[in-house]
Design a binder for this molecule. Structure first.
Ligand SMILES: Nc1ncnc2c1ncn2[C@@H]1O[C@H](COP(=O)(O)OP(=O)(O)OP(=O)(O)O)[C@@H](O)[C@H]1O
Ligand SMILES: [Mg+2]
Length: 370
C-alpha cells in the first residue's frame, strides 16, 4: 500500500498543507519542534484512525481552532481510497471514499503501518501493561476481530468491577453473566496472544542475532493469571468463581488476560529489569523487523513504515543494519531526521523540509553514496 498524498487543515501546528509523497522513501527533515512527528502522527491517524498514543481531541487540533481535518489518498489492493478524518472537541469522524464509517473497528487492519517511535523502548523497559498493549495492537493489525474482542472484554470487565465495588450485597449469581463473557472472550484473547508469540519468537531470535552479531538467546515469556488445564475458557471461568470472595474484597477482577504477564528475556534475564539501553533498542528493532515480516507473510501486503527520530539514536553498527534493512524492504517509508545526511539511503527519495508547520518545496534527490 502507498500513501499518495495528504492534506492537513488545522492539525497540530499545521494550518493548511498538502504533501505528495514518493512511493518508496520519504525523508521528513527539519529542526526540533517544527512538526516532523506531527506529520507522522497525521499519517498514522489517516491509515489506522488511531493517534500514536491516547490524546484529547483538542490536542490534535491547531490551538484556537474548533475543527481539524486530515485527508489523503491511499493506494491498496482494493484500488485508490480516499480517507477523510474530521477532528472536533467531541470526537473524530471517518469517511472512506465519501461514506461515513460508523463502525471504525472495521477500518482497523484495512491499512497497515509499522512504527518505530522513540517511545517504543517502553515495550521493553516499561510495564507489563505496555507489552500487553503492544502485542494486542500487532495482533489487531492482523486479526481485526481481536480489537473488537478487546473492546467487549474491557466493557464486561468494567461491569464486573462496578458490581464488585458498588454493591455491598453482590451475589455470585449476579455476576455470573459477566464471568461467562469474560471467560469466553478472555479465552480467545489469550489463545491469540500465545499463538502469536509462538510465531514471532523465532523471528525475533533471528533478527536480534543479525542486528547485534551476537549469539544471544531471546525469549518471550507469557504467563497466564490462571493455571491452564482443560481450556482457557473453562480455566478462566473456574478461577473467576474460585476468586469471587477475593475479588469482592478488593473490588477488582484478578483473573483474565488483563492480568497475564508478558516479558522478554535476553540470555535468561528479564529485559524490563536488566536490559541496557542498547540491548533494549536492539530488541525493539528485532521486534519491529519481525512484525513487518509477519504482516507481509500473513496479509500478503506490505505495510507502510514510519520511523521517528530513530537513526540518531543508534550506534554505527545498528544504524547500518537499519539502512540495510530499509533497502531490502520494498514498501513505502517515512523517516524523520534533524540531520538529513544521517539518512544513508541509496536510491531515489523525496526530502521534505518542515519549518513551523509549513513544508518547504520538496526536492527529489539521488544519493550517490551509501
Ligand atoms: N494542537 C497543537 N496546536 C499547535 N501546535 C501544536 C499542537 N500540538 C503540538 N503542537 C506543537 O507542534 C510543534 C512541533 O511538534 P513535533 O513534535 O512535530 O516536532 P518535531 O519536528 O518532531 O521536533 P523534534 O525534532 O524535537 O522531535 C511543537 O512545538 C508542539 O508544541
Ligand atoms: Mg519529533
Amino acid at each position: 500500500m502507498i500513501l499518495k498524498s495528504i492534506t492537513l487543515k488545522n492539525f497540530r501546528n499545521y494550518r493548511s498543507e498538502t504533501l505528495t509523497f514518493h512511493e518508496r522513501f520519504n525523508v521528513i527533515a527539519g529542526d526540533n519542534a517544527q512538526g516532523k512527528t506531527n506529520l507522522l502522527e497525521a499519517i498514522n491517524l489517516l491509515c489506522t484512525f488511531r493517534p500514536f498514543k491516547q490524546v484529547k481531541m483538542e490536542e490534535l487540533i491547531l490551538f484556537g481552532e474548533e475543527e481539524g481535518r486530515i485527508k489523503g489518498e491511499i493506494e491498496s489492493e482494493s484500488g485508490l481510497n480516499e480517507v477523510h478524518i474530521v477532528l472536533r472537541k467531541g470526537g473524530k469522524t471517518l469517511k472512506l471514499n465519501g461514506k461515513v464509517v460508523y463502525n471504525t473497528t472495521k477500518f482497523t487492519g484495512k491499512f497497515n503501518i509499522v512504527t518505530f517511535l522513540p517511545s517504543d523502548l517502553e515495550i521493553i523497559k516499561g510495564t507489563i501493561q505496555d507489552r500487553r498493549k503492544y502485542i494486542d495492537a500487532v495482533i489487531s493489525n492482523i486479526i481485526p476481530e481481536h480489537l473488537r474482542d478487546l473492546k467487549l472484554y474491557f466493557r464486561a470487565l468494567t461491569q464486573r468491577n462496578a458490581l464488585l465495588t458498588h454493591q455491598t450485597q453482590v451475589s455470585k449469581e449476579s455476576i455470573e453473566v459477566w464471568n461467562e463473557t469474560i471467560a469466553e472472550i478472555g479465552g480467545r484473547i489469550t489463545r491469540r496472544r500465545i499463538k502469536f508469540i509462538k510465531k514471532i519468537e523465532p523471528e525475533i531470535k533471528e533478527a536480534y542475532r543479525q542486528i547485534s552479531g551476537l549469539e544471544t538467546d531471546i525469549q518471550i515469556r507469557y504467563k497466564t493469571s490462571f493455571t491452564p488445564s482443560v481450556g482457557f475458557e473453562e480455566d478462566i471461568k473456574r478461577e473467576l468463581e474460585l476468586r469471587f470472595s477475593h475479588d469482592r474484597k478488593y473490588g477488582h477482577t484478578s483473573v483474565g488476560p488483563h492480568r497475564d504477564q508478558i516479558d522478554f528475556a535476553i540470555d535468561g534475564k528479564i529485559a524490563s529489569v536488566f536490559a541496557s539501553q542498547g540491548e533494549a533498542k536492539t530488541l525493539v528493532l528485532a521486534l519491529k523487523t519481525s512484525e513487518i515480516k509477519l504482516l507481509t507473510q500473513i496479509l500478503k501486503r506490505t505495510p507502510i513504515l514510519i520511523l521517528d527520530d530513530i537513526a540518531s539514536e543508534l550506534d554505527y553498527k545498528r544504524r547500518s543494519f537499519l539502512f540495510h534493512l530499509l533497502r531490502e524492504f520494498n514498501g513505502q517509508i517515512f523517516i524523520t531526521t534533524t540531520v538529513p545526511k544521517e539518512i544513508l539511503y541509496k536510491g531515489e527519495k523525496k526530502v521534505f523540509f518542515i519549518e513551523a508547520g509549513k513544508v518547504q518545496p520538496a526536492v527529489l534527490r539521488y544519493s550517490p553514496v551509501y
